[in-house]
Design a protein. Structure first.
Length: 145
């Protein structure tokens, strides 16, 4: 599967009063990541790079196909962040499978910590890049004094 449908958290508001939240993103190629680096907009302002990169891999957004940087540029910040997270999840070599980022409830480690069932060195945290919930054992692998 080279494409993944997604649903934006907020959506693209168009001048006719409609909100478009559904879209499709495809896997990136090496050229998708390299070619925007030569764009004058990126050379003037590196912050423009993610906008150009996402415009290459988001193949549809509501009725818009192809999706241009101008279309992505008017998305709410929450939607743009969502697309960056989805891009990262889809194109990370460490993840053999991927899915659209979702809001999840706290996992078993958080519940166990709240009730005191786990030691204090076992914590639950969220990956800042993909939003995955992780259980970390802070006592594991510690160097003896």
């Amino acid at each position: 599967m080279n494409e993944l449908p997604f649903m934006l958290p907020v959506g693209l508001f168009t001048s006719d009063g409609q909100v478009h939240r559904s879209g499709v993103m495809r896997l990136a190629t090496a050229l998708d990541e390299i070619e925007p680096l030569g764009d004058p907009r990126v050379q003037r302002n590196e912050a423009y790079y993610p906008l150009l990169l996402l415009a290459r891999v988001v193949t549809r957004l509501g009725p818009f196909a192809p999706v241009t940087p101008d279309i992505l540029g008017v998305l709410p910040a929450a939607d743009f962040a969502y697309l960056q997270t989805l891009y990262s999840q889809m194109n990370t070599a460490q993840a053999p499978t991927w899915s659209a980022p979702t809001q999840t409830a706290p996992g078993p480690a958080a519940a166990a910590q709240a009730t005191g069932a786990f030691p204090d060195d076992l914590i639950e945290t969220e990956c800042p890049h993909c939003g995955a919930l992780l259980e970390l054992d802070l006592g594991a692998g510690s160097v003896p004094a």
